[in-house]
Write a new protein. Structure first.
Length: 682
């Protein structure tokens, strides 16, 4: 069980009632608004306004200088290079600006760096190659704000430079004809959370002048795809941009986008279908070594060519998935070999030749599985490249800052980052980041923010339909999550041959059906009759022309669980296993009488698949406390009566084990001694 903190809403019926009356919306929706902090008419107005206009592009710092520099280069017939990036945002940004320049009649070319050969952002070797091609002006998109040395090198070569970026600038700006970044300290922009393509789209608007926004539809659609793909907040102008872009996506006029939609199998265009259908295929080009291929897709003009490239991107994405699966399995094997690593506050794993374009995704998978920050390092010769993902409250960037002495370079933000270091310094980095985590007074846990409590009778079609007014969903505007408390499981029904599961739940005589997609019935952890709390989403299901409400399970746990107490107990149990717990905090004893029922039940099961917390709650919670349960497992493992892997989540009782005495276990003797000391103190 990846234990998360369920942050329950603090409803204010009076405030929600005011919002409902003010905007003529159901109280159900107004309560969600209130729980999300949209607790004033002004905030609600900004959210509800579907046609919020984009800011005047000339409010960007240096926008006038950028436009003047670019127009002068166009009129002089100079060659302009658009210097992009290899991810979805960088590719869409590049295509937006290149198409804009060509519409202006510019002699323009595109340079997408290689992840492996060039790395991220401007680099001197690429600048030399562009200079050799008689490029006079380079315009960056989605990069360049931190390229101080590279900007100076461009100036020495005689290359003019315009930088457009959306990342946070440092104390110094690069030397360039213009630096367009919404996060500059001197900005007066009312909205700043653009992705790189959002900035490129605003530059295109400034360059094309009086062209109506409707004539920029194709560029708008690319900006919307990138905004979803780059996980910037879907609030304010980004929300408006994505809403408009998604409406036009089906009729964008871009053969490449049309082909990608077909190959992705998208039926209904939503932010979710873009995020899980289009974006991974666009990113696959850069991850698997040929980012320019995705740009070619959006620049081609024939359906046949678009279909060919889209199929190739689909194959690259399938290859990326295989590579991801392989790296994930190798990472789990490393944890199998050294399970003590899993008991640290952060995971640091290194692998020879791991694909640097994929380790970020694998880091996210491990974070989701184990609920703690993950640093994965790809080792290639004497250098390693890393990617990190984290939970809310543990800043990757601050952790990397604390370990800067072991690193060549690093960057990122609170929940993700990248790093490069010498291979020989991996142990020093691992030690330093662990010490940083251990030094935190309280260690954060993954948090799931709940929008509203939900009773079975409230799961109606009317309520499901009104939630659509919150779309598009994404960063800082997620799909609403509801908590159903104290639900008794009446029946557990297999779907699709047991690949999925349907639950019939009951509380107070009211019933509800909940679909558990991806949860195999054979391994569903709780029996009929069990009382559980569930996190669910509420959606509209459409089948054979019939619309109905549908509840989908996101998480399930025993009713009334105090997860913070259990997290503390789990940490204490791990320290006891490692013999690092302080005597005054480890008040735990274990007797032979408490051990025997644990072994007998596990022996009867023979093999248990699932997390240890679920096993405890379904079989032992009324007999012994959680720490005793974990200590019992550890004693049985020490005596070679069973094996259990926290990595694979499987407990296996050994057949025909040798006769042993409990006192042969070091841990059991230690726990007995603690028990006697406690009795003496009492």
């Amino acid at each position: 069980m990846n234990l998360k903190h369920w942050a329950r809403p603090q409803p204010s019926g009076k405030l929600a009632g005011i919002l409902a009356k003010e905007y003529g919306i159901p109280l159900f929706l107004a309560e969600i608004f209130q729980s999300r902090g949209l607790d004033s008419p002004a905030k609600a107005e900004a959210f509800f306004c579907p046609d919020l206009p984009l800011s005047d592009p000339f409010l960007f710092p240096d926008m006038e200088r950028a436009v003047s520099t670019i127009k002068q280069a166009v009129s002089s017939g100079k060659t302009i290079a658009v210097y992009g990036d290899y991810d979805c945002d960088g590719i869409c940004s590049s295509v937006i600006l290149l198409r804009c320049l060509r519409q202006m009649g510019a002699d323009a070319l595109l340079y997408i760096p290689s992840r492996e050969e060039d790395g991220y952002g401007l680099n001197c070797a690429a600048l030399e190659r562009l200079w050799d091609q008689d490029v006079a002006l380079i315009v960056t998109v989605d990069n360049g704000i931190s390229a101080l040395a590279e900007a100076e090198y461009a100036a020495r070569l005689g290359l003019e430079l315009v930088i457009t970026d959306h990342h946070q600038p440092g104390s110094d700006l690069p030397c360039a004809a213009a630096v367009v970044d919404p996060h500059r300290r001197d900005t007066v922009l009312p909205f700043r959370a653009y992705c790189g393509a959002g900035v490129a789209f605003q530059l295109a608007r400034a360059l094309l002048g009086d062209v109506a926004l409707s004539e920029l539809d194709e560029l708008l659609v690319l900006a919307a795809v990138a905004t979803v793909g780059d996980a910037v907040p879907l609030t304010g102008e980004n929300r408006s941009l994505v809403r408009k872009g998604l409406k036009k996506l089906r009729k964008s006029g871009n053969p490449g986008l049309d082909a990608l939609i077909r190959v992705s199998g998208i039926k209904t265009v939503t932010a979710r279908s873009v995020a899980f259908g289009l974006v991974p295929r666009i990113n696959a080009a850069g991850r698997m070594g040929n980012a320019s291929l995705a740009a070619e897709l959006f620049l081609c003009e024939s359906r046949e060519e678009a279909d060919r490239i889209a199929q190739e991107l689909d194959h690259l994405n399938a290859r990326r998935q295989k590579t991801e699966k392989k790296i994930l399995e190798e990472a789990l094997e490393k944890l199998d070999e050294n399970p003590a690593l899993l008991r640290r506050r952060v995971l640091v794993l290194a692998g020879e030749g791991w694909d640097a374009g994929v380790i970020g995704i694998v880091s996210a998978r491990l974070l989701e599985r184990f609920g703690k920050p993950v640093f994965l390092l790809s080792v290639n010769g004497d250098q390693a490249t890393g990617s990190a993902r984290s939970v809310e409250g543990f800043s990757v960037f601050k952790a990397l800052q604390a370990c800067a002495g072991a690193l060549i370079r690093y960057g990122g933000h609170s929940q993700a980052g990248g790093l490069t270091l010498e291979t020989g310094k991996i142990p020093a980095f691992s030690k330093a980041v662990s010490e940083y985590a251990d030094g935190l007074e309280t260690f954060p846990v993954e948090t799931c923010r709940i929008d509203r409590m939900l009773k079975p009778e409230e799961a109606t079609l009317e309520h499901a339909e009104c939630l659509r007014r919150l779309e598009p969903f994404g960063t800082e505007n997620p799909e609403p999550v509801f908590l159903m408390e104290g639900m008794r499981i009446e029946t557990i029904q297999p779907l699709s041959g047991g690949k999925h599961t349907k639950l019939l739940l009951e509380k107070g005589g009211k019933r509800a059906e909940v679909l558990c997609f991806g949860c195999e019935t054979a391994v569903f952890p709780y029996p009929a009759g069990f009382e559980a709390d569930l996190l669910v989403s509420l959606e509209v299901s459409e089948f054979a022309g019939r619309r109905s409400p549908s509840l989908r399970m996101k998480e399930i746990r025993p009713a009334g669980l105090d997860e913070m107490e259990l997290i503390q107990e789990r940490h204490l149990a791990e320290r006891l296993c490692e013999n690092t717990a302080e005597p005054d905090e480890a008040k735990c004893s274990l007797s032979r009488e408490e051990m025997i029922p644990v072994y007998r039940l596990l022996k009867r099961l023979s093999v248990y698949r699932g997390d240890l917390e679920t096993l405890y709650f379904t079989a032992f919670c009324h007999k012994i406390n959680y720490i005793q349960f974990r200590m019992a497992l550890e004693v049985l493992r020490e005596l070679e009566l069973l094996d259990y892997s926290e990595v694979r989540r499987i407990v296996t009782v050994r057949e025909n084990p040798p006769a042993v005495s409990l006192t042969a276990s070091r841990l059991f003797r230690s726990l007995q001694r603690r028990g006697r000391e406690q009795e003496t103190e009492e």
